[in-house]
Design a protein around this ligand. Structure first.
Ligand SMILES: [Zn+2]
Ligand SMILES: [Zn+2]
Length: 189
């Protein structure tokens, strides 16, 4: 089992985040109460920061423990943090199971009434184009950045086979964003 950094046992270093995690957690729960979900919230949900890498940004374990990736916390992006937290909080509701119909119904309701953008899958590639790439990607453990030379959109990969690299280099791949087939590949680490 990976080490888990419990918020209340081990305070996050101030140089890791400028956000007040406890306050944001309380504010998500308050918002849910405001739109009538007070009875779905149970008191024994706790939040921890986990050294998760890759595209998993948060997860909910046994409807009790919410883990948020440490590198997300480091971005100091309160809106992103609350979006992820709210997604996970809906997993703690007793009548939801994974991303089933009930979960989706609550997600839509929260989006509509509170202005969130909760969805089943969060497109980290989309998000990172608007954020601090190298910082975020280093923390998330991505090894490769493939950058479109025309529109500057970056794609991130944990692994790239030599064949796939050749495809990029021989202009056989297309950018989803602008259809260009010219890329530069950066490798980290
Ligand atoms: Zn989920
Ligand atoms: Zn492009």
């Amino acid at each position: 089992m990976k080490p888990i950094y419990l918020l209340h046992r081990l305070k996050i270093q101030t140089n890791e985040t400028k956000m007040n995690i406890d306050k944001l957690f309380a504010s998500c729960k308050r918002e849910l109460k405001q739109i009538g979900y007070g009875s779905k919230l149970h008191g024994n949900v706790y939040l921890s920061i986990a050294p998760i890498t890759g595209t998993t940004l948060g997860r909910c374990i046994n409807k009790q423990r919410i883990e948020i990736a440490k590198w997300i916390i480091s971005l100091n992006d309160e809106i992103l943090f609350k979006e992820i937290l709210m997604h996970e909080l809906l997993h703690t509701f007793p009548d939801t199971k994974n991303h089933d119909k009930t979960w989706k119904k609550y997600a839509e309701d929260v989006n509509k009434k509170l202005g969130y953008h909760i969805s089943r899958c969060f497109d980290i590639n989309n998000y990172l184009t608007n954020s601090n790439y190298s910082f975020a990607t280093n923390l998330a453990g991505f090894k490769y950045e493939v950058k479109c030379t025309k529109c500057n959109k970056s794609y991130y990969f944990h692994n790239l086979s030599s064949q796939k690299i050749r495809y990029f280099q021989c202009n056989l791949m297309k950018c989803n964003h602008c259809d260009s087939n010219n890329f530069i590949i950066n490798k980290w680490k």
